[in-house]
Design a binder for this molecule. Sequence first.
Ligand code: G3P
Length: 197
Amino acid sequence: MKIFLDCSDPELIASAYETGLIDGVTTNPSLMLKAGEDPMHVIKEISAIFPWNASVSAEVVGETAEEMLDMAQDYLEIGPNITIKVPCTVEGLKACRELADDDVHVNVTLIFSTAQAILAAKAGATYISPFVGRCEDNNINGIELISSIKKVFKLNSITTTSILAASIRSIDHINNSFKAGADIVTLPPKIFEEMYH
Ligand code: G3P
């Protein structure tokens, strides 16, 4: 059972890391760009906070797998704890396959269905990220989605792809994601703090 922070602010991350309870981070390039930050610089700072075997997800963007792979190479030079985050699209999963074949850890994000989770696992994803909150925004039960993915992975002995529950907006989301079989939840720092109360 692991807890990641869903955050792109190195100061907040460093302070939460001091609790000894944080195993990794997921970041979002659009949030960094909105804040006027250079994603490469921010990821370097965040990567330096964690040991080599933690996971810091850096998201690549691009129209094609080649574009995503080019960007991934730059992130991978930062250090061994970098996980490449790709979207669950045809091109994203092509990039995932190539990266996984090179033993790079990949987080396939924007998972809204069991079928997408199956494709991502087939593409060699280390993590798949079902978006619990955004599922709910679209009248999909995000917790049932996690249960369904867990069941399929168990029945098919898929042990190399972890379920990373994302878009977590409440303590109930955390508890229910773990109850449904998530291996990891990624939380905004505010929700992590709420867990203590
Ligand atoms: O981990 C995904 C997260 O960044 C999206 O969260 O609450 O904007 O759907 P939210």
